[in-house]
Design a protein around this ligand. Structure first.
Ligand SMILES: Cc1cc2nc3c(=O)[nH]c(=O)nc-3n(C[C@H](O)[C@H](O)[C@H](O)COP(=O)(O)O)c2cc1C
Length: 437
């Protein structure tokens, strides 16, 4: 069966040597999008981004132009942009590549957004572990100041823009936008109650836009080629391309940019070259650890937001994790739950206690000490957590359990009955479990 190839927009210049340097970026059309943006009225620019159909690539898929239009136009308080480069969803590594390899593409996108919304200070929040990305951004921001793309008069337009680069300390919750704001203000990375939404009261209680790295990196291309051109890619509701981070049991893992008319099969068997050792595909996590798992029955599901949702999961962060026939699904689910238990910020009881409880029950089943009633217990904890936690992290932690029990219940039952997994990968190893506690 013929599979679709990559469609590169953000990755178009990926192969160009030293594209991270300003001179090389400028030689290949860099900052042309910003020049065009500065020639436009901010409101027209927002309309252009709305017309392109661009939706956020951080997880929720919210329409970008619409988000910008919520920021009040009244003068008074300063307005801010917070760039979300926390990227901690397991399996996700696209923003890291974008900032390490093409930092000017992001800086240009930041400047376009800030001009549209009337922002003079942008904060770039980068995950603490991303040292290379930090260094690449530090260098590129300094270059952009020197060349007049940032600073007192951006491209001699009289418009002033500063970028503050801020390193996080490595907490998953700080990727959640309101926790990111708390962390940036110097507080503990706890999520905040919404409303008020950041567009009205965000950083330092001022109107704030929060956007993902990939979302902002798309903007220069929309400015240069037009909204109609961008909207010509993808489906009716999911326009353009998206970078998918393909990992797990595939022959060629990596970041692949695909048009949003492509399918899981295109990604896994086309770009990814199929399953390792030509084994049988068992499970697909289509949008990072927060997304419910799918199976090989879902290979023809589209990669767009709507198709993945219709299949019972979510597009999430764009991380597609593939598991083959030898994987012990209870072991895989336990590993995911250990992540959520570790990263639960502890602010609300359902998430703090629920993730720990689910982890303990999963260890019990996985180590051969479970009972049949533990399966119902797991679902009961999920029911008391989903929709009842303070922020979406709690909901997300239940996805692997509910989808795991939907598709792989027989593996749970086998473990309860026979006290041992029949699969070689991820089978219970007390040393590994002990190492995590
Ligand atoms: C627990 C949690 C972690 C998140 N982590 C990230 C992240 O690392 N990067 C990101 O861009 N968005 C992350 N998000 C989504 C953000 O809250 C927010 O929706 C996004 O940054 C908005 O940008 P966008 O509209 O450009 O997608 C996370 C959300 C949750 C609930």
């Amino acid at each position: 069966m013929k599979v679709k190839e990559q469609q590169q927009i953000l990755f178009k210049s990926r192969q160009i040597e030293n594209i991270g340097e300003l001179d090389v970026y400028a030689q290949h059309g860099g900052y042309e999008g910003l020049k065009r943006a500065l020639a436009m009225k901010p409101d027209d620019l927002i309309e252009l981004v709305k017309a392109s159909g661009l939706r956020g690539r951080g997880g929720a898929g919210f329409p970008t132009g619409m988000k910008w239009s919520f920021v009040p136009k009244t003068p008074g308080k300063p307005k801010y942009l917070c760039v979300n480069c926390d990227e901690s969803e397991p399996g996700t590594c696209k923003d890291r590549e974008l900032v390490e390899e093409q930092p000017h593409q992001l800086i240009e996108g930041i400047a376009i957004c800030c001009w549209a919304v009337g922002i003079e200070t942008a904060f770039l929040y980068i995950r603490g572990e991303m040292l290379e990305g930090y260094l690449a951004l530090r260098k590129a921001i300094d270059e952009a100041y020197k060349a007049g793309f940032l600073g007192k008069s951006v491209m001699k337009s009289g418009y002033k823009l500063d970028i503050v680069l801020h390193r996080g300390a490595g907490a998953y919750i700080c990727g959640e936008e309101s926790a990111l704001l708390s962390s940036l203000e110097g507080g503990r990375g706890f999520p905040r109650l919404k409303p008020p939404f950041p567009a009205i009261s965000g950083l330092y209680a001022c109107p704030t836009v929060i956007n993902n790295v990939e979302t902002l990196s798309t903007l220069p291309h929309i400015l240069v080629n037009g909204a109609e051109w961008y909207a010509g890619f993808g489906t009716e509701k999911s326009k353009g391309t998206r970078i998918f981070c393909l990992s797990g049991h595939v022959k060629k893992p990596g970041n692949y940019e695909m048009e949003l008319t492509s399918t899981m099969r295109d990604l896994i068997f086309g770009c990814g070259g199929g399953i390792l050792e030509d084994k049988e595909l068992k499970a697909i996590i289509p949008g990072g650890a927060s997304a419910p798992m799918l199976t090989r029955e879902h290979l023809d599901v589209g990669l767009d937001f709507e198709s993945i949702a219709a299949a019972g999961s979510m597009a999430g962060s764009g991380a597609v994790v593939v598991m083959h026939q030898d994987t012990c699904m209870v072991g895989a689910i336990l590993r995911i739950m250990e992540f959520f238990e570790e990263e639960s910020c502890g602010k609300c009881t359902p998430c703090r206690e629920g993730t720990r409880w689910m982890r303990d029950v999963l260890i019990r089943i996985h180590s051969g000490h479970g009972q049949k009633s533990d399966l119902d217990l797991l679902l009961s904890v999920c029911g008391n957590l989903a929709g009842k936690s303070f922020c979406p992290l709690g909901d997300a932690s239940t996805s692997c359990v509910t989808s795991g029990l939907r598709y792989f219940k027989d593996e749970f039952e086998h473990l309860v009955e026979h006290k041992k997994s029949k699969y070689s990968l991820g089978a219970y190893d007390p040393r590994l479990v002990a190492a995590h506690h």
